[in-house]
Design a protein around this ligand. Structure first.
Ligand SMILES: [Zn+2]
Length: 247
């Protein structure tokens, strides 16, 4: 193989080094560098641009992310409607005044109330910018939380395997991105009087969170409590203590 003249190699090396520095710079937004699985997952998130989002209205409140809240949409899954169309519908509904339940009116919100939306087929779309607090009908302080909605009425329906798999990947990605422990994952009913996110999603959560905690311990990432720490935790974590181990 002919040897490349040094003058050709040097600029490409310089370019690579520059690229590397630029990439490392962009990672400083993240508390921990994302693993390849998380990077791969993040590329599957359907962006606002891809689903055709309109700009948010005025009035959003900035927030520092300290945790996650899970919701169900509370309406039956629609498997044949595209996620883009659902997101556009959700945004139209969100940005105007309307009824959320008989006799209960909501004001116009600046944008969709959730930061991520997991649809019936397990696809995930970007909602409101996570740097701004979400909105709610149930009167609690939404500041500090990333709001995730999973499509379905989980008082009546069971989440699909794809939805649970996507939710697990999304949560792992968010914990790494924001340097959050698994214990910072909460559900709507922890914050307000509601059945949200529904009993069938609640049944799936402990094993899902156990698996996330286990994977994080194996990768030496923050968020996996030891069995001792887990059992002493008050209130008890959503995740059971069975997979907590020694560190
Ligand atoms: Zn909710």
């Amino acid at each position: 193989m002919p040897r490349l003249p040094l003058i050709l190699i040097a600029p490409s090396f310089f370019l690579l080094a520059t690229l590397h520095v630029a990439m490392a710079g962009s990672l400083t937004n993240y508390a921990t560098p994302l693993g390849w699985k998380e990077q791969e997952f993040s590329r599957s998130i359907i962006s606002r641009e891809a689903w055709g989002a309109r700009s948010p209205l005025a009035g959003m409140q900035r927030q520092e992310v300290t945790g996650v809240i899970l919701h169900h949409t509370g309406v039956q899954m629609k498997r044949t409607t595209s996620i883009a169309s659902k997101m556009r519908g959700l945004q139209s509904f969100s940005q105007r005044a309307g009824h959320v339940s008989p006799g209960k009116v909501k004001p116009p919100w600046p944008d969709v109330p959730y930061h991520y939306y997991v649809d019936a087929n397990g696809q995930v779309a970007e909602g409101r910018d996570v740097h701004y607090a979400g909105d709610t009908n149930t009167g609690y302080d939404t500041r500090g939380y990333i709001q995730i909605a999973v499509e379905g009425d989980f008082e009546r329906e069971t989440p699909s395997t794809q939805q649970i798999s996507t939710l697990r990947k999304l949560l792992a990605y968010l914990l790494s991105s924001w340097n959050l422990a698994v214990e910072r994952i909460t559900v709507h009913s922890d914050h307000a009087s509601t059945v949200c996110p529904g009993r069938h999603l609640m049944q799936e959560l402990p094993s899902t969170l156990d698996l996330i905690a286990l994977e994080r311990r194996q990768s030496n990432l923050p968020g996996g409590l030891t069995k001792d720490e887990c059992e002493k935790k008050d209130p008890a974590p959503l995740s059971s203590c069975t997979n907590a181990g020694s560190r």
